[in-house]
Design a protein around this ligand. Structure first.
Ligand SMILES: C[S@@+](CC[C@H](N)C(=O)[O-])C[C@H]1O[C@@H](n2cnc3c(N)ncnc32)[C@H](O)[C@@H]1O
Length: 214
């Protein structure tokens, strides 16, 4: 069992969530992340959060943006379990759901797709199919924004995050993705796309968030 799962198992939900917050703060400032994301998400948007995980970062975004509706999906069987109950009205959760499965459900189209700290968990060869499945949504929603948050490799904090993914989360396939590689990949799979950098890289190095649109 990876160290992260073991600690969560031993500490239980309440304490592991508290410890998880402090641990995550080593790698990213969630208030700065939320501010950067908020700047590229239009008012009253429906955000599709792909690979939402425990949903802790959404608490920070929703605290700033009561106008948003967020649908959070994940291939894991639990998603959004750490989103505060006060945001229930704004949140829909789809555990055990891939992008293709979500599209097949014919739910309302999103205005924004958020992919936060997911790309570096997808092996490079699988990233084409992962992003390619977004093309159907791009056809239906021409002014769709795809916002990708990730971590620029080559910095001490990025290396710590890499080791954490490898040894604490236990993801043996973790593979960092730089801003340049991400932009090339997005353009190869879905382009040509317009790129808009947020201020996250300047404010919370080496985290970055880039918004893409047609
Ligand atoms: C490091 S977590 C990030 C969670 C959250 N977005 C955040 O920023 O805290 C990565 C998540 O991506 C999910 N994931 C990986 N591949 C996926 C895929 N193909 N479709 C949907 N979710 C995926 C994993 O199950 C995991 O919950």
């Amino acid at each position: 069992m990876p160290i992260g799962s073991f600690v969560r198992h031993v500490l239980g939900v309440r304490f592991s969530r508290r410890l998880g917050r402090q641990y995550r703060a080593i790698f990213v400032n969630l208030d700065k992340q939320a501010a950067a994301l908020s700047a590229v998400i239009r008012r009253d948007a429906h955000v599709l959060d792909i690979g939402g995980g425990d949903g802790e970062p959404l608490n920070h975004l929703l605290a700033m943006r009561p106008d948003l509706r967020v649908t959070t999906i994940d291939t894991r069987l639990v998603v959004g379990q750490w989103i505060d109950a006060c945001y229930d009205r704004q949140i829909s959760r789809f555990p055990g759901t891939s992008i293709a499965q979500y599209i097949a459900l014919n739910k309302p189209n999103p205005d924004v797709i958020l992919i936060a700290d997911v790309m570096h968990h997808i092996p490079p060869a699988a990233r084409y199919d992962f992003l390619g499945s977004l093309s159907q949504i791009l056809v239906r929603v021409p002014d769709l924004r795809i916002v990708v948050k990730d971590v620029e490799p080559g910095y001490p904090r990025a290396l710590l995050g890499y080791w954490s993914d490898l040894f604490v989360t236990g993801d043996k396939q973790v593979n960092p993705i730089s801003r340049d590689s991400l932009v090339s990949l997005m353009n190869n799979v879905l382009g040509p796309l317009h790129r808009e950098d947020t201020n996250l890289f300047e404010n919370d190095l080496p985290n970055y968030a880039i918004s893409f649109s047609r």
